[in-house]
Design a protein around this ligand. Sequence first.
Ligand code: GLU
Length: 594
Amino acid sequence: MRFRLLGAAALGLVVAAPGAAPAQAAPTDSSPTARGYGGAVATVDPTATAVGIDVLRKGGNAVDAAVAAAATLGVTEPFSAGIGGGGFFVYYNAATHRVQTIDGRESGPASMTRDWFIDPADGKPYDFQEARVSGLSVGTPGTLATWDSAARKWGTKPLSQLLQPAARVAENGFPVDPTFRQQVIDNQAVFGQFDSSSDIYLPGGAPPTVGSTLRNPDLAATYRLIARKGTGVLYNGPVGRDIVRTVQHPPVSSSPIGSWAYPIRGADLRLSDLSGYRLRYPAPTRSDYRGLTVYGMTTPSSGGVAVGEALNILERTDLSSASRVQALHQYLEASALSFADRNRYVGDNTPQWKLDRLISDGWARQRACQIDPAHALTKPVPPGDLTASGCTPAKAGGKVEEGQSTTNLTVADKWGNVVEYTLTIEQTGGSGIVVPGRGFLLNNELTDFNFTGTQGDAPDPNLPGPNKRPRSSMSPTIILKDGKPYLAAGSPGGATIITTVLQVLVNRIDLGMTLPEAMAAPRASQRNTPGIQAEPAFHTQYGPELEALGHTFGPDVPELGAATAIEFGRNGRVIASAEPSRRGSGAAAVEFPR
Ligand code: GLU
């Protein structure tokens, strides 16, 4: 459990113009559920939630609060998020009633070739950790550009102001909790290879103790430099030059702490890659589910398409009147089918007609017809043939996985604007390399590409290429009912993000759970692999009956996802919901608690 009960005032977290006297902020606790009126914030971290709610209480809108909270997560959740990474920002604009998105995904360098992750020495793909802890894995970060763009387009305060609370947290420090310490322990061997990383995260050569204060003055200075000079310092200036130097020549320590099994390679990322980086603003994916309109993120994320396809498949069965086991059976089968299709067809620049087809009701009919209520399909199931009609499977497909890091936040304001934002540096700890003197970790997002083809004779949509963005599973989702926000949700968790978001939605919409119950319920993930990945509580509770239907379980995992969500009720009521226990529990707050 995160034990912090720090108010924004205690942390000096106020959004005041630089130089202005700080105003007092109301305290915010770290409860995973908050009910009330007005704006609301849910993140994985009480400090970030406190910053977000403080921005709202001072008159900022949901976009302002989301940016300020995300910048704070870059300090307190540095192994999951920060300006060294990327993400997807989904926004419901109450004035226009439109859902818009920002694709701030990292992109590969112009020099990236299809065999980027093939070792020229032996023609074989690098081991994952060898690729991860190297310059090869680092894509041009999109997060800072995303914050700036969101603030300019839809916010009411400039980025320079929104970075100040996070800069203060970085400078004054924050208490290390058990989750943070564990994430350092898990990365100790990697951080130990780089003085820039170990100086911050291995103080005195060891992981910081729980309750100690962790400061990151370099990051505070970087945020303040950006606030003064603009994002150009990263995309075409001194911070960018430092990024490029770090990627080309990883700053391996002459006296590392511990050993690392692999050579640490540089890669050809250039300043022109950074200065050429462009955000994209694609239309969201859209699917209808039981009278609701579900908006998600399109490519290079597979999240919107995969969640949408699975919902369309599930819509063909009345889950609310099915037994719980039958509903879960349908959920697992729909997940496997949509993963088969996602693996085969979805990558950066997938033609729009394929995405439209995958998320159509006609396609759901062709896929749903394969589900037998009495018997589980043999996994992996083949992807469907997009050009065929009827209940026709295509050639066999492969399986793909992504890492297990990332963070998610959900923010709403009293005017009805909603932000669902998932951001990441890929693995917990990213590439493990802090840019010397700048205080932030570089992503390893390019390892989200498939190193070699996974689709047999068929083309793999997710192989590396010049300026290409790796496929993501991030699934920030906003759902409207009668044209007004009803629910917003998202989660980290690599490829399990898709199933976690799907399961939370099904729990809430179909299985009669309240939002906090839907979030807390034990999770399982079927991503078209022979064994279901389940949390122990799910396996214990439903395993025997699902096994009787022919499902098999892989090794259990301690937990899946770290979701956040907000539900919008009648007369302005809101419920903000974070995890009650996963990843050390999250923090939800509302502007006017009831
Ligand atoms: N890199 C992953 C993706 O974009 C997210 C990593 C995670 O959540 O663990 O899908």
